[in-house]
Design a protein around this ligand. Structure first.
Ligand code: SAH
Length: 369
């Protein structure tokens, strides 16, 4: 071995294979996963049920590398946002949203995003790279540590949503092991109802996911017809609405209790008219879905406005009258730019679209000129 192996890069199965490969017992992976993700212990010397000899070996060949905490902000409403940085200079954001009955952690999967959705702040900084499994799991580990969540009887982080920066299905290889750690009984032990992957609709990977893992799925639909969705979510030009919703139907498949969450950002005068609600009812026909209306969160340099509360209510009532379940997402953490679509870390070596007309004015704000 030339450099140390970061054990946060493994789900338990892969860690077991790693230990077996090095002449150790498989169950060491169970023990270390528990120490790490249930007890919050990242120092091998504190893992007291592991022999001294093995601890020495771990110290020599393995490591637990966590992101660096650059910023830690708390909103008036209790929402907490962290800016985490990696050794190559890339930074991402992670958000914790406390509610009376749950605590949701919104986790990033990529530094920047490649999708270029026209209403999203992350899109504006371009894409740099996929996060490693360790960098994804590290966000959850650190959030738990900083929230005092380890060793509690009730999970402080009770829900995880892959709704931060990036498109998780374009980082499939690294996201899947991370999701396994979140759902592993030796890890965070969250049920598949409490772990949600949100995607703009990478159809082939939704099909693959169905065979690999059982997580809740959220789809960033945002428009009820291809013409409009092509403009808002350019990925639609590759995977149009009909193909996307077919993939959702197969994903639900046999799962008896499953529903897909359809995310729909409310953009004033763009996609929020009653006629759009009616089209949405049509396209969702036959799909077990609930619709989550997201009030648009504005940020500097963006031409859209949020629909009025009245318009959102009208839209929601139209859906409900047709028998759809529709909820309106409460906007949280707006005062610290922690709301949906406002996340922007810092992408080093930026691969920016039209890089000349985008200027970085701080490490989490960019303006389009
Ligand atoms: N790429 C994945 C994960 C990002 S999730 C996806 O598209 O699902 C972030 C969610 O917030 C998505 O539904 C996204 O469309 C939405 N969003 C992006 N910008 C927003 C904004 N400014 N206001 C409200 N929601 C926004």
């Amino acid at each position: 071995m030339t450099s140390k192996t970061n054990l946060l890069d493994f789900d338990r199965e892969a860690m077991a294979a790693f230990f077996v490969e090095h002449g150790e017992k498989r169950f060491r992976a169970d023990q270390i996963t528990q120490w790490l993700h249930q007890n919050g212990v990242n120092d091998f010397d504190q893992m007291t049920n592991i022999s001294k000899a093995l601890r020495a070996w771990l110290n020599e060949y393995c490591e637990i590398v966590l992101p660096e905490i650059v910023r830690d902000e708390v909103s008036d409403d209790g929402t907490r946002k962290w800016l985490f940085r990696f050794p190559d200079g890339n930074a991402i954001e992670t958000v914790f949203i406390p509610e009376s009955d749950r605590g949701t952690l919104c986790v990033s999967s990529q530094a920047g995003c490649i999708l270029d959705c026209t209403f999203c702040a992350t899109a504006q900084q371009g894409f740099n790279r996929n996060l490693t499994t360790a960098e994804i799991v590290g966000q959850v580990w650190l959030a738990n540590k900083l929230l005092g969540g380890f060793g509690q009887r009730h999970n402080v982080v009770s829900n995880i949503v892959m709704m931060g920066m990036g498109e998780p299905l374009y980082n499939y290889r690294n996201v899947i092991p991370a999701l396994r750690v979140f759902m592993d009984d030796f890890g965070y032990g969250l049920s598949s109802r409490r772990v949600t992957l949100s995607t703009a609709g990478v159809v082939p990977h939704i099909d693959k996911l169905a065979g690999d893992l059982d997580v809740s799925l959220a789809i960033s639909l945002h428009a009820p017809n291809d013409e409009l969705r092509n403009r808002l979510v350019p990925l639609n030009q590759r995977f149009p609405i009909r193909e996307l919703l077919d993939a959702c139907r197969s994903y639900i498949g046999e799962r008896a209790t499953r529903k897909i969450t359809i995310e729909y950002v409310m953009l004033d005068g763009v996609n929020d008219q009653v006629k759009h609600a009616r089209q949405l009812i049509q396209v969702l026909r036959g799909l077990r879905a609930k619709v989550n209306l997201i009030p648009f969160n504005s940020f500097q340099g963006i031409p859209y406005q949020c629909s009025s509360p009245d318009q959102i209510r009208r839209f929601s009532e139209t859906l409900q009258a047709a028998g759809l379940v529709a909820t309106i997402r409460k906007t949280r953490g707006q005062d610290i730019d922690a709301a949906c679509g406002q996340l922007a870390g810092k992408v080093s070596n930026r691969l920016m679209r039209g890089s000349t007309d985008i200027q970085v004015i701080s490490d989490r704000q960019v303006v389009v000129q």
